[in-house]
Design a protein around this ligand. Structure first.
Ligand code: ATP
Ligand code: ZN
Length: 600
C-alpha cells in the first residue's frame, strides 16, 4: 500500500497510508501552503491571511491593494503550484523567534496577528516552503511532488476572522486529490451542487435577494418567491388547523424579563440581538424563539384538564444574531419565520400527542415529495442523569412513551443516548440536502423546564393544580430554510401547486391571437390558476425557451388553429412535444395536477 510522509505541528514526521482521510487532509494543508507561495510569487506585497484545510478542500485568504485577485487569475496560480510540485517542493519545519517571525511579515497585519496568536514562550512553530512560511497548526504532507490533481475553484469575499467589523479579504477555494479520477468525481459533484444551489436558482428565477448593504442575513422576498412562501404558509396553517391547532399572532418584541425567566438570556445571549433600552426602564428584546410568547397565550386563561392537549401555533417571526460568516442565502439568515407550535399536555398524553405530531409531519413530507429522511431520538445519558432537569419520573415515563409511539408507528430510529436537551428528550427528523449534508428539518421536543420556570398549571379532574408538559414542534421548520431546501431538491422546477407562475400563454401573433390568449387567461384566473400572457414583441422560439428557463410547468401556444377550435397547444416543462387539446381538457388536467399532492 502506498505511503506518504506527513509532518505534525511539532515537527515530527511519520509515514501513513496514502488512501486515508488523514493523508488527504495533509495534502489539502500542503496545497494551501503552496497556494500561499504562488500568491506571494505572483503578486508582490500581497498580504496573506489563514491557509486552511477543511472537510471540503482548502482555502487561503489574501488582501491586495486596490485590486483583488480575480477568478480569471486562478489558472495562472494553479500553474505556479504545479510548477512548484514538479520542482520537488519540500516542507521544512522551522522554529522561529517571535521577533524574527514578525520582522519577516512587517507589512502584513494579518500574518502578524496569526503569528502573535500562535507564539508560545516567544517562539513560533512554522512550516516553510521556499520563502513562504505558515503557522504549523495541522498535519501537512512533506513532499509536494504529489500535488498534481488540484483545481482552484473560486474567489469570494470573507471577513477577517469572520467578523463584519473587520476588513474583507479575498478567499480562494481549492480542491485536491491524490488521484485524477477522484478529482474528476469531486468536480462533477460540485457542478451538480452549483446547479442546485438555491442562491443561484433564487437569482435566476427572481425569488429573493439578500443585500449586505441593506442588512446581512435579512432576505427580501420578491413576488415569485413570496408566492411560493404564501402557498406554503396557507397550506401549513390549513393542515394544522385541521389537526386541532389554534393559530395565533404574537409580537416579535417582548420584554427582556421573559427571556430572563426562560433562561435564554443566560444561555443563548450570543445568538440574540442586543436589547433595546426604551428609556423608561423597559427593555425590549427581539425574540429568538417563540416559546415564551406561546406560554403567555397559555397563561392568559385558567386552564383545566379539559383544555389539554392545548395546541398553540404560529408562523412566528424571530431574529437570531448569526455570525456574518455563517450566513448563506435563505439557508441561514438573521430574520426568519418558523412554522412553530407548542402543545401543552398532561404527562399521560405525551404518547398520543407525539404520535399525532409525527403523523402530521410525515403526511406533510409526502405532500412535498420529501422521501429521504430518518429519525433520531435523543435521550438522556443514563450514566449521568445529573446533567439533566431533575425529575426521574418524567424522564422515564416520557422516554418510554416516545419509544412506544415510534414502535406503534413501526418506524426505525437511531437512539442517541446523551443527546437530549437539558430540559427533555426530543426527536429530530433528519433530511438530506441535495448536496448530501444532513439537516434537521423537523423536531419534536419535550420540555419539563419552561412550564416550571413560568409556573404553568392546569386544574386536573381531581380539582388539584398540575404542571403540564410542553412539546415544542416544528413541521417544516423556518420558511427560509425550507424553501432553500425545496429549491435544491426540485432544482427550481417547483411542482405546479407551488410554482409561482403555473401557466405561460404565448400568442403566435399578437394582433391575431392576443385577445384569445387574454380570454383564456381570464378563465384560468377565475379558477385560481396563476397565469401570465406573454404579449412582448419577441420571437416565439425565444418566448418558449424563456418559459422553460423560468421552469413554468405549462406553456401554452395559441394560434389560428387553437383559436378556431377553442383549444390550446400545451408544452409541459421538461418535455419536448406539444399536445393539442381543448380548453376544458387542459383545465381538468391542470386542476388535477394542482390538487395532486397526495393526502393519506
Ligand atoms: P442550527 O443548529 O441550524 O443553528 P438550531 O438547532 O438552533 O439550528 P432550532 O432552535 O431548533 O435550530 O430552530 C428551529 C428551526 O429553525 C429549525 O427548523 C432550523 O432549521 C431553523 N433555523 C435555525 N436557525 C436558522 C437560521 N439562522 N436561518 C434559517 N433557519 C434557521
Ligand atoms: Zn419552542
Amino acid at each position: 500500500m502506498a505511503q506518504v510522509a506527513v509532518m505534525s505541528p511539532d515537527g515530527s514526521v511519520k509515514k501513513i497510508d496514502r488512501d486515508s482521510k488523514e493523508s488527504l487532509q495533509a495534502l489539502r494543508k500542503l496545497s494551501a501552503l503552496m497556494l500561499k507561495a504562488a500568491l506571494k510569487q505572483e503578486f508582490k506585497g500581497i498580504r496573506l491571511g489563514e491557509a486552511v484545510a477543511d472537510e471540503d478542500g482548502f482555502h487561503v485568504d489574501s488582501d491586495k491593494d486596490n485590486q483583488q485577485v480575480s477568478a480569471d487569475e486562478l489558472p495562472a496560480l494553479e500553474d505556479i503550484i504545479k510548477g512548484l510540485a514538479k520542482n520537488d517542493a519540500k516542507v521544512e519545519f522551522v522554529e522561529v523567534t517571535l521577533e524574527d517571525a514578525l520582522a519577516e511579515v512587517e507589512a502584513d497585519p494579518y500574518s502578524s496577528e496569526l503569528i502573535k496568536e500562535s507564539a508560545k514562550d516567544g517562539k513560533v512553530a512554522m512550516y516553510q516552503l521556499g520563502d513562504v512560511k505558515a503557522i504549523a497548526d495541522a498535519d501537512i504532507l512533506v513532499y509536494g511532488d504529489v500535488v498534481k490533481n488540484l483545481r482552484l475553484l473560486s474567489v469570494a469575499g470573507a471577513y477577517w476572522k469572520g467578523m463584519s467589523s473587520n476588513p474583507m479579504l479575498q478567499r480562494i477555494y481549492g480542491t485536491v486529490f491524490f488521484k485524477k479520477d477522484a478529482l474528476e468525481d469531486d468536480l462533477k459533484k460540485r457542478q451538480e451542487a452549483k446547479e442546485r444551489d438555491h442562491r443561484v436558482i433564487g437569482n435566476q428565477l427572481d425569488l429573493f435577494f439578500v443585500d449586505p448593504k441593506v442588512g446581512a442575513g435579512l432576505p427580501y422576498w420578491m413576488p415569485k418567491g413570496a408566492t411560493i412562501r404564501r402557498t406554503i404558509e396557507r397550506y401549513i396553517i390549513d393542515r394544522e388547523v385541521a389537526d386541532g391547532y389554534k393559530h395565533v399572532y404574537t409580537p416579535v418584541l417582548m420584554n427582556l424579563d421573559a427571556y430572563k425567566t426562560s433562561g435564554h438570556w443566560e444561555h443563548y445571549r450570543d445568538d440574540m440581538f442586543p436589547p433595546m433600552d426604551m428609556g423608561d426602564g423597559e427593555m425590549l428584546e427581539l425574540r429568538p424563539m417563540n416559546c415564551p410568547s406561546h406560554i403567555q397565550v397559555f397563561k392568559h386563561h385558567i386552564r383545566s384538564y379539559r383544555d389539554l392537549p392545548l395546541r398553540i401555533a404560529e408562523l412566528g417571526m424571530m431574529h437570531r444574531y448569526e455570525k456574518s460568516g455563517a450566513l448563506s442565502g435563505l439557508q441561514r439568515v438573521r430574520e426568519m419565520t418558523l412554522n412553530d407550535g407548542h402543545t401543552f399536555v398532561a404527562l399521560d398524553q405525551i404518547r398520543s400527542e407525539f404520535a399525532k405530531i409525527l403523523k402530521l409531519i410525515m403526511s406533510v413530507y409526502k405532500d412535498f415529495d420529501i422521501t429521504d429522511y430518518s429519525f433520531r431520538l435523543s435521550l438522556r445519558d443514563p450514566k449521568n442523569t445529573k446533567k439533566y432537569y431533575a425529575n426521574d419520573e418524567m424522564w422515564e415515563k416520557s422516554q418510554s412513551m416516545l419509544k412506544a409511539a415510534m414502535d406503534d408507528l413501526n418506524l426505525d430510529y437511531y437512539e442517541a443516548e446523551g443527546e437530549a436537551a437539558f430540559y427533555g428528550p426530543k426527536l429530530d427528523i433528519q433530511t438530506k440536502t441535495a448536496l448530501g449534508n444532513d439537516e434537521t428539518m423537523s423536531t419534536i421536543q419535550l420540555d419539563f423546564m419552561l412550564p416550571e420556570r413560568f409556573g404553568l398549571t392546569y386544574v386536573g379532574n381531581d380539582g388539584q393544580e398540575h404542571m403540564p408538559v410542553m412539546i415544542h414542534r416544528g413541521v417544516v421548520g423556518t420558511m427560509e430554510r425550507f424553501i432553500a431546501y425545496l429549491t435544491e431538491i426540485y432544482k427550481g422546477a417547483f411542482p405546479t401547486w407551488l410554482a409561482p407562475e403555473q401557466v405561460h400563454i404565448i400568442p403566435v401573433n399578437e394582433d391575431a391571437h392576443g385577445e384569445y390568449a387574454d380570454e383564456l387567461a381570464k378563465k384560468f384566473k377565475a379558477a385560481n390558476i396563476r397565469v401570465v400572457v406573454d404579449h412582448r414583441n419577441e420571437k416565439m422560439g425565444y418566448k418558449i425557451r424563456e418559459a422553460q428557463t423560468q421552469k413554468v410547468p405549462y406553456t401554452l401556444v395559441v394560434g389560428d388553429e387553437e383559436k378556431n377550435n377553442n383549444g390550446v397547444s400545451v408544452r409541459k416543462y421538461g418535455e419536448k412535444e406539444q399536445n393539442e387539446m381543448s380548453q376544458d381538457s387542459f383545465m381538468n388536467e391542470i386542476l388535477a395536477d394542482i390538487a395532486s399532492y397526495s393526502r393519506e
